[in-house]
Structures are given as structure tokens and as C-alpha cells.
Design a protein around this ligand. Sequence first.
Ligand SMILES: NC(=O)c1ccc[n+]([C@@H]2O[C@H](COP(=O)([O-])OP(=O)(O)OC[C@H]3O[C@@H](n4cnc5c(N)ncnc54)[C@H](OP(=O)(O)O)[C@@H]3O)[C@@H](O)[C@H]2O)c1
Length: 328
Amino acid sequence: MKAYLLDSFGPPENLRLGEAEKPSPGPGEVLVRVRATSINPYDWHHMRGEPVIARFMDKGLGHRPGHPILGCDVAGEVEAVGPGVTRFRSGDPVYALVPHGAFAQYVLVAEEHLAAKPQSLTFEQAAAVPMAAVTALVALRDDARTAAGQRILVNGASGGVGTFAVQLGRAFGAEVTGVCSGRNVELVRSIGAAHVIDYTAQAFTRTARGFDALIDVAGSPSVWAARRVLRPGGGYIVVGGDAGRWVRPVDHMIGAALMGKLSRQPVAVTAVRIGAASARDLTELTPLFDSGAVTPVVARRYPFTELPDAVRFVEQGHAPGKVVVIVE
Ligand SMILES: NC(=O)c1ccc[n+]([C@@H]2O[C@H](COP(=O)([O-])OP(=O)(O)OC[C@H]3O[C@@H](n4cnc5c(N)ncnc54)[C@H](OP(=O)(O)O)[C@@H]3O)[C@@H](O)[C@H]2O)c1
């Protein structure tokens, strides 16, 4: 099968389109023919092996890449099933969040890590969902405990995670304020934000006040400034942050956790779980897609032969929504 192989950490040019052995499903495994995948910051962190501090915390980031094939978002069709698989059969449309292996024509997924693709979504749209939407769901549902009538602020509202966070916040009945750059204000409004703050015109930490939760996807304010926008007892939910070569955004996350301890402000660092938990989350999200309450925002599409360009674009950190790669 065709796959992008990574022999050593480095820039997108290190992703080499080559031939890899087509896997065959063992007991409890499903072989999926990948129709589309999408690019996440997770992918380029694993491609570059950065931040370097993460190499001590993540098995996929040692001195050399832990996995030769990157890619965590899968939308495709079941090609074959291994012994004991009962929930899926050949031809079923599926989607999944996997730790690695999606930048290929085929990937093996454990049966319990797989979910049925929402009927209303194309493979291209479904590929935009797993990492970004599951992260947004975990941040809003578990970390912020978002409830109807609350006011939530999403910083980084126009990116992959942010566009899902805004829509999920609204679907949960909250009033959402989004923070993004000026050119994405209309996009963020169009997906359901009641208010939008252009961070290039004003720092939201100066004016925004009284929020029940700050979902901080961009990680741009200092943890102390972030605190000012919350009502007493409001939650600071750290999802991501500007990435650096050595430590960032890990220092930001540690700082936030420390602030939580010192100030008794509820603080959570969102941690998406890949596997059976993410399959359950995808199954929970499916009705929201099928009812039209949430729609993936696809910023760009790339053919498989141009996957390194797609990674290069996402690395710049300003994609308005998700970047999808069609796997021929
Ligand atoms: N904790 C977890 O489990 C988990 C899981 C997935 C992702 N993440 C992290 O979450 C972060 C976002 O991921 P993503 O997939 O959404 O990335 P993305 O698609 O690249 O989106 C990044 C967004 O950040 C916005 N942005 C950049 N600078 C900003 C600033 N100063 N203020 C406000 N917004 C700003 C950009 O909007 P403009 O173009 O409008 O500037 C862009 O839309 C990354 O750090 C990623 O590693 C964490």
C-alpha cells in the first residue's frame, strides 16, 4: 500500500511517500481502507519530535520516531475484519481516532476503537472530526461541564478544535463568545458564536469578564490574565498553546495547573484519550452531525500526493477550520 514514511524527525519534507506492507487484521481488529484523513498539530509535533521535552513523556517521541506512519484521523470503509469482530463488516463506512497510521491507504483499528461514520457526512467531512471534535467535546463536557445558559469564551475559535468548540457550546445551550483574528470573525459568527472578539484589535483579557469557562485553545494569554475573564469559580480549561522547539506549550499547562492550586480557581488541562474512549465520544457526536447541530468546517483539501504541503499549512497555525487530505 502507499503510505507516508517518517525515518527521522524533521520538517514536512521528511514525510516520504513510499510502499509499506498492507496489514492484515488479527483477532478483534478491523482493516480500514482510508478515504480521507486530516492534519492536526499532534501530527507535526510527532513529525518534528517537538517540543523536545515531550520526548520524555510520549512513547511516540523518543530519539527517533516511534511510529513510521503518522496520522490520527481516519474516515474510510471496512476492508476486512479479523476473527471475533461482530460490530462491523466489509464495506461499512467508519471513522476513528488512532494514535498513528492514518497517512496511508490502509490502517488497522481495534474494533472497540472504531465508530460508524455519521450518515450525513462525506468521508472528507468525517475525516475532519476525530481529533479536533473529540478534544472540543472533552473540554466542554468533562472539563468545563458546560450547561445551558452558561457563558463560555473560546480563545482560538477559528481553528480545528475551536470551530467544534463553538458549535458544541451552542449545542449545549451556552452563549459562546469566540476569539480569533479579524479575517475569521464572520466564520466564527456563522457557526454560532453570539459575540466575536478580534484579538488583533483588542486583548480579550482587558474587556471580557464574568465567564463561566474559558476554553483556551490558543493558549495566548498568561495564566494570570486568563483568570480575570472568569466569574468566581469559573473554570480555566487549557487545551493547547503556541508550540516551541524545547518546552512550550508544556510550561503554559504547568503554569495553569499551578495557578489552580494557588488560587483555588478550577483549572483543567484537557487530555484527549485515543481508543475506546474516543470511539464512544465519536458515537456521542454522531447525532449532532446528523441533526445538523454541528458541521465540520473544512478550510482546505489536498490530494494524497500533496500531504506534506497540508502539514506545512497547518504548521503555520492559522487554518480557518480543518485541513483534509483525500487518500486515493
Ligand atoms: N489537549 C489536547 O488533548 C489537545 C488535542 C488536540 C489539540 N490540542 C492543541 O490545541 C491547539 C489547537 O489545535 P487546532 O487543531 O485547533 O489547531 P489549528 O487548527 O492550527 O488552529 C489554531 C487556531 O489558533 C488561532 N490563533 C492563533 N494565534 C491566536 C491568538 N493569539 N489568539 C487567538 N487565537 C489564535 C488561529 O486563528 P487565527 O487564524 O484567526 O489567528 C487558528 O485558527 C494546539 O496547540 C494543539 O496542539 C490539544
